[in-house]
Design a protein around this ligand. Structure first.
Ligand code: AMP
Length: 508
């Protein structure tokens, strides 16, 4: 089953329904969207000579063209490689190299990043099609390609996550994985009817793009904000114009939306559901969100290796039933989604009793088949048929999972993951730096902010501006530490491991 068939189905059943809006302006009906995707698929095959299984990278800000290209690639049997638009050119280069991208689509705002990335590439440089260019327009006028039948296990989406080793890895998601995620959404996250819509203030390269699928299955509309990003006032105005709106938001975005004070009765009239997840939501923030948004919140927990599909805390469990357990429920990530099996396991992989903390393992049709071209990382993550998430948690007697810690020490800032090791490796490039530990400090707006603790070689000195410059040369700006703390020696335990907990405490 090719996941692109969802679009063909919607186009046959509701050809004239508006499928895509940019802000409040209708862009395509379902029939128009499906025709465009078929033409683009034809162009990719004919003009660019792409063959099933080739990778197409999308380095694009949110916009209707993004949605057209996803379905065009799938229709032609190609593998989409959505690239986070905030990455540094070197990181984009790594993804293009690692995936062996045969073609890149880039929006104008990211053209500079892409051309810089091509300069950093080690392998063959793929051609780039600029969105809105003559090349792109020609592709949109190609002969329609027939839909290629895909085996359920064929890869459809390479989901690049940052690895703890500092190099991002491509989780291989198949058509089956995407279908399982779609059905899981419709069964337990939120019902979708053709009168509804999904708003995309969050990046289409991540969860929001995945959530386009259940809304195509449900024949609802996609609404891409004109700005292509999260802007509280713009989002509020979309909620006043559209009805039955759902959207995905990282917890920090939910908080920022609340803090902006733009949500009232007029906006709530259009809002059906906020699906939050991707990072921890503090209980006090959940309680406040319930006051502002009412019973419109659903939490999910997932990771790139099983995207959006490990647990769900449905809207019913956000209700205060007077049993005194609301805070416990809000502090949890809910229960295992019906499409997966979940276990909290000890180091031997055996399930632990309720209440005990262990690693969260998951298996099911939404779990990746492995990492692209990376058998070692695959073997470490997928053992005995279970995905080892690296997250620590415990189950209660009712099956609610509470995440205790992120065993990978991931910093989640503004809903985006930052892996300390990646930043640490860059700072260690400076000859004056002897030791470094990067960690997250709680921040009222961003969830966490990046802080670096350093010790220098004897007699050496370094200006923080030099460290900033080093980061700017290697990694995305949002990963750059907001503060540097200097120590004679970093605090360590008896095994010589740096004590990040102690550093976090000292940094306040
Ligand atoms: P990514 O692969 O970039 O989507 O990051 C996934 C990681 O984010 C997970 O392994 C968790 O550590 C964290 N995460 C995702 N959803 C939640 C949630 N609802 N609550 C707490 N942490 C979460």
């Amino acid at each position: 089953m090719n996941i692109a068939s969802l679009l063909g189905r919607a186009a046959r059943l509701t050809p004239n329904r508006i499928a895509v809006f940019e802000g409040t302006a209708p862009v395509w009906s379902y029939a128009e969207w499906a025709t465009l995707a078929a033409r683009l698929a034809g162009g990719l095959v004919e003009s660019h000579n792409l063959r099933p299984g080739d990778r197409v990278a999308l380095v694009m800000r949110n916009g209707p063209d993004y949605l057209a290209l996803l379905f065009a690639c799938w229709r032609a049997g190609l593998i989409c490689v959505p690239v986070n638009a905030k990455l540094h050119a070197r990181e984009v280069a790594h993804i293009l190299d690692d995936s062996g991208a045969a073609l890149v689509f880039a929006t104008a705002d990211l053209a500079g990043t892409v051309s810089e990335a091509l300069g950093f590439m080690l392998g063959r440089q793929p051609p780039v099609v600029a969105i809105g260019s003559q090349d792109h327009r020609a592709l949109m006028q190609s002969e329609e390609a027939a839909e290629r039948d895909a085996a359920a296990g064929d890869p459809a989406w390479l989901f690049y996550t940052s690895g703890t080793t500092g190099r991002s890895k491509g989780a291989v998601l198949s058509h089956r994985n995407l279908l399982a995620m779609t059905l899981g959404y419709l069964a337990e996250v939120d019902a979708v009817s053709p009168e509804d819509c999904i708003l995309h203030p969050a990046p289409l390269s991540h969860g929001s793009g995945l959530y386009a699928l259940p809304h195509v299955a449900g024949m609802a509309a996609q609404v891409v904000p004109e700005s292509g990003r999260f802007d509280p006032a713009e989002l509020a105005s979309l909620l006043r114009s559209h009805r039955g709106c759902a959207f995905f938001a990282a917890p920090t975005i939910v908080t920022r939306l609340m803090n902006a004070g733009v949500i009232g009765d007029a906006e709530l009239a259009g809002l059906k559901t906020i699906i939050y997840g991707g990072g921890p939501m503090y209980v006090e923030d959940s309680r406040r969100a319930l006051e502002v948004f009412g019973q419109r919140l659903v939490q999910i927990y997932g990771q790139g290796e099983s995207p959006m599909t490990i647990t769900v805390l449905p809207r019913g469990l956000h209700e205060d039933t007077g049993d005194g357990r609301l805070d416990h429920r809000l502090g949890s990530v809910g229960y295992a989604q019906a499409i997966v099996s979940l276990r909290v396991a000890g180091s031997d992989g055996a399930p632990l009793p309720a209440g005990e903390v262990g690693e969260v393992l998951v298996r099911g049709d939404s779990v990746m088949s492995g990492y692209w071209n990376n058998p070692e990382a695959t073997a470490a993550a997928l053992r005995d048929g279970w995905l080892h998430t690296g997250d620590l948690g415990s189950l209660d007697a009712h099956g609610l999972l509470t995440l205790k810690d992120r065993s990978k020490d991931v910093i989640i800032s503004g809903g985006v993951n930052i892996y300390p090791r990646e930043v640490e490796e860059v700072l260690l490039l400076h000859p004056a730096v002897a030791e470094v530990a990067v960690f997250g400090r709680r921040h009222p707006d961003w969830g966490e902010e990046v802080v670096a603790a350093l010790s220098l070689h004897e007699g050496a000195s370094v200006a923080t501006a030099a460290l900033d410059a080093l980061c700017e040369a290697h990694i995305a700006r949002f990963k750059k530490p907001k503060q540097y703390l200097f120590f004679d020696a970093l605090p360590k335990n008896s095994y010589g491991k740096i004590l990040k907990t102690e550093l976090r405490r000292q940094a306040g």
